[in-house]
Design a protein around this ligand. Structure first.
Ligand code: HEC
Ligand code: HEC
Length: 292
């Protein structure tokens, strides 16, 4: 009731409720307890000896039913919010119910949470129940992008179970990825390299997973523009989120056309930050789930 626009409407609802109640009470009273003093009409039809039209109250148990319902209504209105903005003796509200549930939740799980917070990652990984919780958390928060089992999706969302970690594989790095998010910046090289340059460098990038030839036409440009982030041998740099290009594991794709697209237009993958959304224990659980 608190969200009604003004005190007037709350009062109006209270008046309507009370007047309706009084009207029902009066109707019931007049039906059962006011003597029917209407004159008998001479040629009125009579059934079963004394049954005439309009002179019989319904059976008494109806009265008691209505009476009980009215008592219940009055008691209910005194205890619970139902009359305008009156809050009721019990001070019940949906909001207070939720707050109560939260309090109970904290109480019920405080022990388990404290125990888990003190565990090492390895201990967590050995606790099947905790890992179950972690998997459910992953399904709820992460699977929409990383796929139901974290195996990656759509050449946009990395597989979290391969050996290739763009932003680093230590617990600290993974925690940082989840807590703070990551913004990958691979600028577009199309204008700098030109179409032919892009093709040559893309072909050179493909050879990084084998033995790249020193005399490859794309090598010079790679050495000039790419090594700062991807390193001369293509091993990448987790500080910058620059992926390893020498392992034949690709986020966006390792075929020539896709690499050319990557170079021409750039890539700007965003992993959202979960530091506000998840608490420390939840983040730790996810790290335990992902780290090896
Ligand atoms: C400023 C650092 C930086 C420079 C310089 C840079 N890259 Fe990148 N590169 C990145 C980052 C960061 C990503 C990841 C982008 C993402 O995840 O959205 C990336 C992604 C890529 C990918 C996609 C890999 C995959 O798994 O699909 C390729 C290919 C690539 N870079 C090649 C190059 C080449 C070739 C050059 C030089 C012309 C170059 N990069 C220069 C930072 C850089
Ligand atoms: C809105 C989509 C989205 C959601 C939701 C999401 N991620 Fe990501 N995540 C990404 C993208 C995109 C990247 C790759 C960023 C890049 O290109 O560098 C990424 C990267 C990562 C990485 C880095 C992988 C590496 O190779 O270093 C980890 C770890 C990760 N996510 C974990 C999680 C976890 C855990 C959750 C759930 C709490 C989650 N992500 C939820 C989109 C998402």
């Amino acid at each position: 009731m608190a969200d009604l626009p003004s005190g007037f409407w709350a009062g109006w609802i209270a008046v309507v409720t009370l007047v309706s109640l009084a009207a029902v009470a009066w109707l019931t009273y007049s039906l059962y307890f006011q003597s029917d003093d209407s004159e008998e009409i001479a040629d009125e039809p009579v059934w079963d000896g004394d049954l005439r039209e309009g002179n019989k109250a319904p059976p008494m148990w109806w009265f008691w039913l209505i009476f009980a319902a009215m008592i219940f209504t009055l008691v209910y209105m005194m205890l619970y919010p139902g009359l305008g903005s009156y809050e009721g003796i019990l001070n019940w509200s949906q909001g207070s119910r939720i707050a109560e549930a939260y309090e109970n939740f904290d109480e019920n799980f405080a022990e388990a949470r404290n125990a888990a917070a003190g565990m090492s990652l390895a201990e967590m990984q050995n606790d099947l129940q905790l890992m179950d919780t972690a998997e459910r958390l992953f399904a709820r928060e992460c699977a929409a992008c990383h796929g139901p089992e974290g195996r990656g999706q759509a050449s946009l969302f990395p597989n979290l179970h391969d050996i290739d970690w763009q932003w680093g594989s230590t617990p600290e790095q993974i925690e940082q990825t989840i807590r703070g998010g990551r913004n990958a910046q691979m600028i577009a090289w199309g204008d700098i390299l030109g179409e032919q340059g892009v093709s040559q460098v893309a072909e050179y990038v493909q050879t990084l997973s084998q033995t790249p030839s020193e005399s490859h036409p794309g090598r010079a440009a790679y050495q000039q523009y790419c090594v700062a982030c991807h390193m001369p041998d293509g091993s990448g740099n987790p500080m910058l989120g620059a992926p390893r290009l020498s392992d034949d594991i690709w986020l966006y794709g390792g075929d020539l056309d896709t690499i050319k697209d990557t170079l021409t237009f750039g890539r700007f993958g965003v992993m959202p930050a979960f530091g506000e959304r998840l608490d420390d224990l939840q983040i730790k659980l996810l790290v335990a789930l992902l780290v090896r």
